[in-house]
Design a protein around this ligand. Structure first.
Ligand SMILES: Cc1ncc(COP(=O)(O)O)c(C=O)c1O
Length: 279
């Protein structure tokens, strides 16, 4: 496997990040996980838009670096002969020059990938965790920064508890998202997902699902969902670039996952087509 490490193509085992890269030192970085279907990136434009929005928020000036990504990704797919995969694009503030918070560095790009693995269970189990117990920062607009410590600790706790993924509940009792996925519910034939104002990540697959739902004439609401209302939901699923639509359950919860199954199949068909757009 060849890795792209800031201008150099190198075998994964030999790839290195400089010790004074600000992403390594302070988590001063952003990343995207892009799905490769049939050798083509899925909705790369949406990932780049999200990265651009993150760069604007953290004042990382790098239009020139961002513009290079499609070409680097194409070379990455071709050099590694990738048919399907999850490609990870990382952009850091670069190598520290002068004061770390006023560094005059050029942002650095890294690219790596991993295979797409389908979970064995269907539905998978989730646990609801209070996000105040984890170092998780939420602001609007959300950024996909390299600071995933809270997400990773919660994911580990969820797995230790026999679950696939945690679903976070914020200090006000509202459901936000998962460690590395968005969450959806269905109630009375309406598709519900937590509003972006809560600081949840605008998932590329979250958007795609809402578009697919509208095509199915399912009403969609981005809203506030209180934890007290969760047991009454007709269906629940999580979403991400890696898993697509994945129905979920928790202790005592049962559903027929009627709409979830349809949306899961619709999304899989989009992935199988190798096309980027559903609208
Ligand atoms: C916190 C969080 N929420 C949601 C998602 C899902 O985003 P996407 O649909 O773009 O994969 C991710 C993906 O990494 C994530 O880390």
């Amino acid at each position: 496997m060849l890795i792209y490490a800031n201008g150099v193509w190198v075998e994964a085992e030999q790839a290195m990040v400089p010790f004074n890269d600000l992403g390594f030192l302070y988590g001063d970085s952003l990343f995207e996980t892009v799905r490769i279907n049939q050798r083509k990136p899925f909705r790369l434009e949406k990932h780049l838009e999200r990265m651009q929005s993150g760069m604007d928020t953290i004042q990382m000036e790098s239009a020139a670096q961002l513009a290079k990504i499609p070409e680097i990704l194409e070379a990455y797919i071709s050099r590694n002969n990738l048919d399907s995969a999850l490609a990870r694009i990382i952009i850091t503030r670069g190598i520290s020059k002068g004061s770390p918070w006023r560094s005059q560095s050029t942002p650095a790009i890294y690219m790596t990938s991993r295979p797409i693995n389908k979970p064995e269970d269907w539905p998978v189990k989730v646990v609801f965790l209070e996000e105040k117990n984890y170092p998780i920062l939420r602001f609007h607009p959300a950024i996909k920064s390299g600071n995933y410590l809270g997400n990773m600790l919660a994911k580990k706790d969820a797995e230790d508890a026999g679950a696939f993924e945690p679903v976070f509940v914020n200090r006000d009792g509202y459901v936000t998202e998962c460690a590395i996925r968005n969450v959806f519910f269905i109630k009375d034939d309406v598709l519900l997902t937590p509003s972006l104002e809560l600081g949840v990540l605008p998932g590329v697959i979250r958007d795609t699902i809402m578009e697919l739902a509208e095509k199915r004439h399912l009403k969609v609401q981005e809203t506030l969902i209180h934890e007290h209302d969760v047991p009454e939901m007709d269906e629940a699923f999580i979403s991400s670039t890696g898993v697509g639509v994945l129905p979920v359950t928790w202790d005592g919860y049962q559903s027929d996952y009627h709409h979830s199954q349809i949306l899961s199949e619709d999304l899989q068909n989009v992935f199988d087509s190798g096309e980027s757009y559903v609208t």
